[in-house]
Write a protein that binds this ligand. Structure first.
Ligand SMILES: Cc1ncc(COP(=O)(O)O)c(C=O)c1O
Length: 444
């Protein structure tokens, strides 16, 4: 049990007032070392209980269990700050420090954290029906969301999941069922989640993520260079691709590449799976990132921003491909307990409503931000599309820490990493964007 000191309690209360007053458009306010004392104490507690492979900590005390280093007390630069509250583009930590979230929480808060319409939809649904029975007794919200997703994507049928991994897994299984083929082509730098099926298709930091499981992941995936040449596709069930890559580098392929890949896949009878879990729903300045190339996949994976903070994902496919599963004869051969959870479905319906009109803003403000970033001394290159941006700098991890100390949350991006990854809320204000560019210039 951690009891905040009176000073910490009052700093947090002041932070809350500042967050509320800024309405999500506040500039940063950092009043402690980062992380502050309250964050550090909580991260110590976290390290006591969480599997050590999960949250990165810099401070280590030798001699932990099994000879592995264990987290010890006391904060150091590089340790995380603990979030207390968020609104719009702002995040408040437990020490009362206010940040501008240039990650939108892994791209989830595209509409801004805690968007009022999305929260209201979730709260109303919580008051009516927080859970139904997936494949046995559906609820009305889930049915409405399927109808809406079909209209939004030009596809026909939906399999819901709770995570991005779930959606990719459903897409790969569907491709296996629909084609009777086994092989999957994925790309260097590709990241599709860490459940077994998406992990097998990983093209990003493969040694770190997949090495412990080598030999257990099926061996059915080949990797080709993202944006480069691909092998003959006749043997493949599916080609799995992010139209704009996220974790692997916030990178768009050369113009025309995706549409040429589509033509080749179609000719070879391989299905196209688009993973738009990060790049979809307005983020790149088009509703779907593949719209930049005018192509529609056979199977589409959506997640992250879909639920506006509630974990819900969807694999959406053409009737031709999805109907290959055949009709359920009483035992659903692909489902899960929380399939199409009503709260997630209600929040997704509200999110889609809010995100659509933000697409044009992502294009316009993304272009403006990219132009400003290109002018910063020390920036080696700027890549990406819309509000999905990779900023190439000499030492991304050092810059990331300096930016955190100035009140900006960013992520490393690319294999090295070789860039800072920016996926801010599409609602980021011009003042926040300008202040970020200034802070970056000061950090470099
Ligand atoms: C493009 C892409 N696909 C899939 C995933 C996996 O999603 P989740 O972590 O929700 O399983 C991610 C997560 O970062 C992603 O960026």
């Amino acid at each position: 049990m951690i009891t905040p000191t009176p000073a910490e309690s009052s700093a947090l209360a002041e932070g809350r007032a500042r967050l509320a007053a800024g309405q999500g458009a506040a500039l940063p306010f950092v009043n402690t070392a980062v992380p502050g004392r309250a964050s550090a104490a909580l991260v110590d507690l976290l390290a006591r209980y969480e599997c050590p492979a999960i949250t990165a900590r810099r401070v280590r005390r030798a001699g932990g269990q099994g000879g592995r280093a264990r987290a010890g007390p006391g904060a150091a630069a590089g340790d995380p700050v603990v979030w207390a509250e968020a609104l719009g583009a702002n995040v408040l930590d437990v020490d009362g420090n206010l940040y501008v979230d240039m990650t939108a929480g892994f791209g989830v808060a595209s509409a801004g954290h805690r968007h009022p319409a999305v929260v209201a939809a979730g709260q109303a649904q919580l008051g009516r029906l927080p859970h139904a029975m997936g494949d046995v007794f559906p609820d009305v919200t889930r049915i409405r969301l399927m109808e809406r997703l079909a209209a939004e994507t030009g596809l026909d049928r939906v399999i819901f999941g709770s995570s991005g991994s779930d959606a990719v897994e459903a897409a790969i299984k569907t491709a296996w069922v629909a084609t009777g083929r086994r092989r999957v082509l994925a790309f260097s730098g590709g990241y599709h989640g860490l459940a077994s099926a998406p992990l097998a298709a990983l093209g990003y930091k493969v040694n770190a993520f997949a090495e412990p499981f080598r030999g257990m992941l099926g061996g059915h995936v080949d990797l080709a260079p993202f944006g480069g040449v691909w092998p003959e596709l006749g043997a493949y069930a599916a080609v799995l691709v992010e139209p704009v890559q996220g974790r692997g580098g916030n990178r768009a392929p050369p113009s025309g590449w995706l549409s040429a890949l589509h033509l080749a896949a179609r000719a070879a009878g391989a299905l196209m799976i688009h993973d738009e879990i990060q790049c979809g729903l307005g983020r790149t300045g088009a509703w779907l990132a593949a719209d930049h190339e005018g192509v529609t996949p056979d199977l589409l994976a959506l997640g992250k921003a879909l639920g506006g903070g509630f974990p819900i994902s969807a694999c959406i496919g053409s009737a031709r491909v999805m109907d290959a599963w055949g009709a359920s004869t009483g035992e659903a051969i692909h489902t899960q307990t929380f399939l199409g959870n009503p709260v997630g479905a209600a929040m997704a319906l509200a999110s889609l409503e809010v995100l659509r009109p933000l697409t044009a803003r992502a294009a316009e403000h993304g272009a403006r931000l990219q132009t400003a970033l290109r002018r910063v001394r020390g920036v080696r290159g700027v890549r990406g599309r819309g509000m999905m941006i990779g900023v190439e700098v000499a030492d991304p991890l050092v810059s990331m820490q300096r930016l955190l100390e100035r009140g900006y949350l960013v992520l490393p991006s690319g294999e090295g990493p070789d860039a800072l990854g920016l996926t801010p809320p599409l609602t980021l204000s011009e003042a926040q964007a300008d202040a970020f560019v200034e802070a970056l210039a000061a950090c470099l």
